[in-house]
Structures are given as C-alpha cells and as structure tokens.
Design a binder for this molecule. Sequence first.
Ligand SMILES: [Ca+2]
Ligand SMILES: [Ca+2]
Ligand SMILES: [Ca+2]
Ligand SMILES: [Ca+2]
Length: 298
Amino acid sequence: MSAAHAYDVTGDNWPDLVTRNATNGELSVHVHSGAFSGTSTYLPPLVTGTGWNIFNWIGIGNFVDSPAKDGTEEAEKESYLGDIIGRKPDGTLWLYPHTGTFNGAATWTGPYQVGSGYQEAYRLWPTDADNDGYDDLLWLSKSAGLKFQANTRSLNGVNTFGPQIQAGPRTQGPSLSNTDFWFLTNWYSDMPDFGVMGTGDLQLNYYANSHGQVSENTWPWGTLMRRFDNAPDVFAYDRRLGAAADVTGDGTDDIVVVKRNGELWVFKVRTPKQGASQNTLEPGVRLSSNWQNYDIVT
Ligand SMILES: [Ca+2]
Ligand SMILES: [Ca+2]
Ligand SMILES: [Ca+2]
Ligand SMILES: [Ca+2]
C-alpha cells in the first residue's frame, strides 16, 4: 500500500524514499543525492530497522517537532523531517518521531501509540489538510467514506489526533476503494488535492481541495479538475506502490511509481496550474531497479 507523499529524512530538503521489505521486514531509506540524474538520483538503500512487518500500513509525515540540529524550533520547521507512522492489524496506530538527526536505526524514536480502531481504514494518508504545518490524518472507510482528524501537535495517546470529521460523501466509500493509485499534493490549489489513477483508467485525474477548511465537501468527488494527458500506462505499474515527491527539485511534486518488473520510475509534473488539456507529465525516467521485494513505498 502506498502512502501519499515522500518526505525529507536527512535534513537537506530533498525528498528521500522509505521502503518496507515484505520478505524480511527491513525498513530502508533511499537518500536523494541532491541532483536529479537518472539512476544516480537515489543512493543505494540504507537499512534503518528490522521487524517492520508488524505493520500493515506505514506512512511518513511531519507530525511533531524534533530537536533540530541547532536547537531551534524554526530550523526543524524548515526541514520538515519526516516522522514514521504505522498501523498494526489490530487497528492501533504508532508514531516514531524523527530525532532531528539522520542516524541509521537511531533516526527515529518511540514508538508512541497515537490511535486505535483503524481496522476499517481502507486507505490512510498523512496530509496537512488544515494548513498549520503539521500533518493530519485522512482515511477512507468503505462504509463511511472519507474521514479527517486534525493533528493536535502533542503526543497524547489515542487523542493525538482530534475528533473524526466527515470530509467526503459517505456514499463514495465503496467506489473509491476500487481505485488503487492515490496521491495527495498541491498540484491544483495550495491545499492538499487528491490524485487518483483508477483501475482500468489510463488517465490520471485529480480532485482539488477547494475550500481550505475541512468539511463534508472538502474534496468534491466526481469533479474532474484536471487530466494528465501523458499519464503512464498504469497497467505496467504496481498500482499499490507510488508516491508524490519533488524528485526534480523544481518545487512541483512529481509522480514516483514502481513498475511490475521492480524498476522505480519518475514522471516529472510540469506546468501543473495551466488549463485542463495541458500535457503535464514528461516522459518517465528510470531511477532504480530491484524494488520487487518492497511492499510499502513512501
Ligand atoms: Ca533528503
Ligand atoms: Ca517531524
Ligand atoms: Ca495540520
Ligand atoms: Ca518536480
């Protein structure tokens, strides 16, 4: 299962990729080299932990502050170092705050339990939907549609995230659960928007968060905001695995996807805020190989 958005883990503001190896439970960080340069873009993976197969979902986001290298909160906010969050099969959520220093298995501390009852969440995404600089929790329930919970910004057990708010129509739960490929980024508005690459659909559509406040119609499903005319052939890709990440470093999130043959590719998103008929995906660039054993990429 893919999460929504890649994060910086090393502190250089370049988006790194975190993977879970389904075979041996290793969590690895693929560090962005600082240059967009084909198969040299990402450095070889560094194993930062084992035993991560206790989770059936892992995501990354900026949930809490961590001690910055120079000790100032401002520096931490600038770097937005990614904290890891995971869900166990029993429905509990666990948070691993970034320590502020990229240091192998000691990069993250914790875990802290930050939730329970998430068994029914078909999809989970960290995203800052209320625009306060800290990632909140958005999740999709087949029976109840899209749910939002604001981040209280303090570690407070199952109250770390606030009350559930209905963020999309309840009736959309079943149909949305049939779409496999999701992104949250701000291609269209300054607030998080959904990208959806549906099963059997060769186009990448996305749906804008046009309100700025989370409510029942924050994400007005069914309104096609833009179509990526050069969207890749989704049948060549493992639709579970992908992330939005500004791999090219131009300030606009790109689309990173894993092919069924284990290759990692990026599609650069260009001129995203122009008209709906624009071709906004550049031809894909291969970044890496041998990702067959990863079942989570974020
Ligand atoms: Ca980085
Ligand atoms: Ca953080
Ligand atoms: Ca927030
Ligand atoms: Ca980019």
